[in-house]
Design a protein around this ligand. Structure first.
Ligand SMILES: [Mg+2]
Ligand SMILES: [Zn+2]
Length: 185
């Protein structure tokens, strides 16, 4: 199965402030191991992340690469691998087609894996825009309560995403436990 992860608030700690350097990038406890466990079970893991901090001038693509090298090194040390990272460097005012909730990043991922569709893939995120992008892109949307997730969950109760069945877990580790359990999720 292809598992597409949002980054901030799903893999790494996120309190609403931009993460501007590799030094500021800290994994949520259990998330690196969760990625490794997904890989060991035969799943492929990709990331789809909005990084408007680039357009805003808070950090550049070299610094973003350094964050992702840190992430990939940690995942590899745990025995897993990130297959592909798709990011949107644009500002919301740029009106690009890749900033979630639009589906451009998911389209990049679909193309990278030479898939005809993302049917059967899972999109895990902590924000409504992740769930909307995932659902619009053909994935099963999963919400985690880390990062923005608790607030997203509250708003989702009041305003569901039409047609989507969103499953909710405390964090990436709990989602992974459920997916890999004998009972399935
Ligand atoms: Mg996020
Ligand atoms: Zn974009």
């Amino acid at each position: 199965m292809l598992i597409i992860l949002d980054r901030d608030g799903v893999i790494n700690e996120y309190d609403g402030n931009y993460i501007c350097s590799a030094d500021e990038w800290h994994p949520i406890p259990g998330s690196i191991d969760a990625v490794a466990r997904l890989c060991s079970a035969g799943h492929r893991v990709a990331i789809a992340t909005n990084q408007s901090g680039i357009a805003r001038g808070y950090y550049d693509t070299d610094e973003l690469d350094a964050m992702h090298e840190k992430l990939e090194r940690m995942v590899e040390a745990a025995g897993g691998c990130i297959d592909f990272i798709a990011y949107c460097p644009h500002h919301p005012d740029d009106h690009c087609d890749c900033r979630k909730p639009l589906t451009g990043l998911l389209e990049q991922i679909r193309s990278h894996f030479h898939l005809t569709s993302l049917q059967g893939a899972i999109m895990v995120g902590d924000s409504r825009k992740d769930l909307e992008a995932g659902f619009a892109g053909g994935c099963q949307p999963v919400l985690v309560r880390s990062g923005n997730g608790k607030e997203t969950e509250r708003h989702l109760d009041a305003r569901p995403i039409p047609g989507a069945r969103v499953t909710i877990y405390d964090n990436l580790s709990a989602f992974t436990d459920a997916l890999l359990s004998a009972e399935g999720w």
